[in-house]
Write a protein that binds this ligand. Structure first.
Ligand code: GLN
Length: 385
């Protein structure tokens, strides 16, 4: 029987493809973004405790109240704002579900969504499944700075939503306060909503500061902000995140959420709520990952891979044009098979990829994993001669 696919041009996501290839070829997996080390044993203890304390049935549709309270305290501490956990915070089954649900809440067929490429690969399919029209703005490497006059030109009468992502996956670049003010100005006097993917909020380096839409009242008033426990507490497999939005938007978001996942893993929400009592856990994440970034950068030196600036996230992009003129998909395949390192080709983050020679590595790995990768990368020059 012929199947008329709703996503005819999408295959399996590159993250799954590359992780599978890493296994197949025994490569060091620096492709899909996840830590290869364990979370804090105390967090695991809390989780186990709640399995045995009868917290094994459905949680509230909106999320465990204590966890939402803790999140409200967190943002009060970070930005001095007062979020009402009752009608402004919803716990989701990970950041990607939060993004998908926010897009489904807003987008009707024919409506346009502006976002910046390179972009996380879930945005466009989510828009298209709702019948929306994806309007990517291509940012040029190696700096990926935003040309605000171009952004203004992308707006039309059909524009319903703009998606932003800082710190950015895959580029590792962050938005400045000036970018936020420009965004605020572009959006003022429009009916356009905002979706802000802030899952890497705590992974930000060199003393720089994360710009959250929650810290800009005019942006916050029209926005869904998406966050992730997986990135913050090294538990990507728990698939728990949350979405912050004003009451009216949250109400509509929850209408969709309840028919999609209904509610999220109960015992783990209780564990996270207890664990969040200590804000020190997320406040020290920047140093933790900054060290890993610097360690990885040192390993890259002399390999022929030219690192781009990484201000945040756990991703390091590298230009490999000194080593090869092959396209990034071919180069990545060669790298996994012949060198034993799995990476992600940057073209996977574009609808119409430019001709850049750039790949992304994830450095959320144990020192020994990075060291092994470093050993293998030393052979790169010889192998490409
Ligand atoms: N966000 C992660 C990355 O960019 C992967 C998430 C996924 O595998 N879907 O690597």
């Amino acid at each position: 029987m012929y199947f008329n696919s709703k996503l005819p041009n999408d295959g399996t996501t590159i993250f799954t493809v590359m992780s599978n290839m890493a296994k197949e070829f025994g490569a060091v997996n620096l492709s899909q973004g996840f830590p290869d080390f364990e979370p804090d044993p105390y967090l695991l203890e809390l989780a186990t405790q709640y399995f045995y304390q009868g917290k094994n049935q459905y949680a509230q549709m909106t999320g465990v109240p204590l966890l939402r309270e803790r999140l409200s305290e967190k943002f009060n501490g970070l930005y001095g704002i007062h979020l009402h956990e009752e009608d402004e915070i919803t716990i989701t089954a990970g950041g990607t579900q939060g993004i998908f649900t926010a897009i489904s809440t807003l987008i009707r067929p024919g409506e346009e969504v502006i976002y910046f490429e390179p972009a996380y690969d879930s945005y466009r399919p989510a828009i298209e499944l709702c019948g929306g029209i994806a309007k990517p703005i291509i940012l040029e490497g190696p700096d990926y700075t935003i040309d605000w006059s171009l952004v203004r030109k992308m707006f039309s009468a059909q524009t319903k939503l703009i998606i932003i992502n800082t710190p950015n996956n895959p580029t590792g670049r962050i938005w400045s306060a000036n970018d936020m003010l420009n965004l605020q100005q572009v959006l003022s006097n429009t009916e356009v909503y905002l979706l802000s993917d802030e899952v890497y909020e705590h992974l930000i380096f060199d003393g720089k500061k994360h710009e959250s839409i929650l810290n800009y009242p005019e942006l916050r008033a029209r926005g869904f902000a998406v966050f992730s426990f997986g990135k913050t507490y090294h538990v990507t497999g728990w698939k728990i995140g949350y979405v912050v939005a004003p009451p009216l938007l949250t109400k509509e978001f929850r209408k969709v959420h309840q028919f999609n996942v209904f509610s999220v893993n109960t015992p783990l929400q209780y564990a996270l709520a207890d664990y969040m009592e200590d804000p020190g856990q997320y406040m020290k994440l920047n140093h933790f990952y900054e060290e890993k970034r610097d360690y990885f950068l040192a390993l890259l030196s002399g390999t022929g891979l030219k690192p781009l600036s990484c201000e945040g996230t756990y991703f390091q992009c590298c230009d490999y044009s000194e080593l090869s003129s092959e396209n990034d998909i071919e180069f990545t395949k060669w790298l996994v098979k012949e060198v034993g390192i799995a990476a992600i080709p940057l073209s996977s983050f574009y609808h119409n990829p430019p001709n850049a020679r750039i790949i992304r590595f994830c450095f959320a790995k144990k020192e020994e994993t990075l060291a092994l990768a470093g050993e293998r990368l030393k052979r790169l020059r010889k192998l490409t001669q």
